[in-house]
Design a protein around this ligand. Structure first.
Ligand SMILES: Nc1ncnc2c1ncn2[C@@H]1O[C@H](COP(=O)(O)OP(=O)(O)OP(=O)(O)O)[C@@H](O)[C@H]1O
Ligand SMILES: [Mg+2]
Length: 422
């Protein structure tokens, strides 16, 4: 291909994507498209497989099956599952941010954005010492790179802090810096993994402004994983909903918002109740699907109990720097959860609390916690740092329990309950 891509050619086409970890089907036969120039949101409850989709697109995981076609604006097509992962940013022009912020916290903001352009700088230097010393193309490329970095610092409303260490920034500003850094690589597809998680309303607004600016004023299309439905509804053009690795809805935000399967997934109701809702809206096609033989790897009960067995298959993959990472065995994670229960058993006469009142705990995580005997605010209120670390590892929620302050929230709810019962 060489001719400019037609606007109708999707920038990303995912076909029959599957990713299995041992016996756990993290993604099952997923197909969707992201259109050029749009913001496509990928949503779904915790553990639905959203980050795994990103890890396949960006080459961190080689999918078990499926095809992911990226078509650049000039019409060049790339089969992402076939590209070595270091070629995905450079050739296919895909950039990403991570669910847990990854910045060089000791470097200044400007330095972070220059490092992102490292490949371009090295090329301009001709990979020679003279080049690096500024004789030849490097000086010019460097000036251009500084200009580009400044441009994105301005767009991200961070230019005043260009010379501060990235680690000194407030959380929401670090999120915008990560996006600025990704934009400095000139991506055609920008993949953002939960950029709004943990942001306050003001930071959330600044993020929306930045994303709308990228959408309207650059050629970059956005694929966005997001839990915050208000962000999704406000800025996305198209929403794809996953649950237990399968697509359950796909359409514009209004369509998805009113889809009974999506409502059911977010409310965490039983399949029987879902069926009731669907019958009441007369969705025969979906009712037929529900009637079909259930997939044992995807029932809500199956997936949580599979944590112990399936996740114990150690998976190796490469991180940003190409370094091998291995995921620690899941069985011991489950045992650590049981150890938390031993340290903080529920009061013998205590009724269970609605843990979903704690911001950050959705129905899926409530169920996982309940399965390990954690049922009350008082139990979570008593968690130590080690308990938090064990729960974060088990729920695959690195850093979030701490950041969302589940323990502090639980203390307040526990205190309010005590106050109410006196
Ligand atoms: N490297 C891995 N090894 C084993 N299992 C994994 C691995 N990565 C993900 N999983 C499992 O795959 C499933 C999907 O995880 P994933 O992180 O993609 O979900 P998510 O939708 O991003 O969830 P969240 O909203 O909590 O970020 C989970 O059950 C998870 O435990
Ligand atoms: Mg995730």
């Amino acid at each position: 291909m060489g001719a400019a891509a037609n606007m109708d050619t999707p920038i990303l086409k995912v076909e029959h994507l599957s990713m299995k970890f041992g016996g756990l089907v993290a993604i099952g036969d997923l197909s969707f498209e992201a259109r050029r120039g749009e913001i496509t949101a990928l949503i779904g409850p915790n553990g639905a497989g959203k980050t795994t989709v990103f890890n396949c697109i960006t080459g961190f995981y080689k999918p078990t099956e499926g095809m992911m076609t990226l078509t650049r604006g000039d019409g060049t097509g790339f089969l992402l599952e076939r590209l070595p992962n270091h070629e995905i940013p450079a050739h296919a022009k895909v950039a990403r941010t991570f669910q847990n912020i990854r910045l060089f916290s000791g470097m200044t903001l400007l330095e972070n954005l220059l490092v992102a352009q490292h490949n371009k700088l090295m090329k301009a230097s001709g990979y020679t010492v003279l080049g690096l010393l500024g004789i030849g193309g490097y000086g010019k490329a460097s000036a251009e790179s500084v200009e580009l970095a400044k441009h994105w610092l301005e767009k991200a409303d961070l230019v005043d802090r260009a010379d501060d260490p990235a680690g000194d920034l407030p959380y929401g500003a670090q999120r915008r810096l990560e996006i600025a850094r990704a934009m400095c690589t000139g991506p055609e597809l920008l993949c953002l993994d939960e950029p709004a998680a943990g942001l306050n309303p003001r930071e959330s607004l600044a993020l929306n402004t930045l994303l709308m600016d990228i959408k309207n004023n650059t050629g970059t299309s956005i694929l966005l994983i997001e839990h915050d439905m208000s962000v999704v509804m406000q800025i996305s053009d198209h929403v794809v909903v996953l649950e237990y690795g399968r697509k359950i809805s796909d359409g514009d935000p209004n369509h998805v918002k009113n889809d009974p399967r999506v409502i059911a997934a977010y409310l965490g109701v039983d399949d029987e109740e879902v069926a009731d809702v669907l019958v009441s809206v007369g969705d025969e096609q979906v009712i037929e699907q529900l009637d079909a033989e259930p997939d044992p790897a995807h029932g809500p009960a199956a997936s949580s109990s599979m944590m112990a067995g399936a996740v114990s298959d150690t998976i190796g993959h490469s991180d940003e720097a190409g370094e091998r990472i291995t995921v620690s065995p899941g069985a011991s994670k489950a045992q650590q959860m049981d150890a938390i229960l031993h340290r903080h058993p529920p009061a013998p006469d205590g009724a269970p609390d609605r843990l979903t009142l704690i911001k950050g705990i959705g129905p899926v995580n409530e169920r996982k916690l309940n399965e390990h005997g954690i049922r009350t605010f008082a139990q979570i209120a008593a968690w130590t740092k080690a308990d938090i670390a064990a729960a974060e590892a088990y729920l695959e929620f690195d850093g979030r329990i701490e950041r969302e302050d589940w323990v502090g929230q639980a203390r307040q709810f526990a205190a309010a309950k005590q106050g109410g019962s006196e």
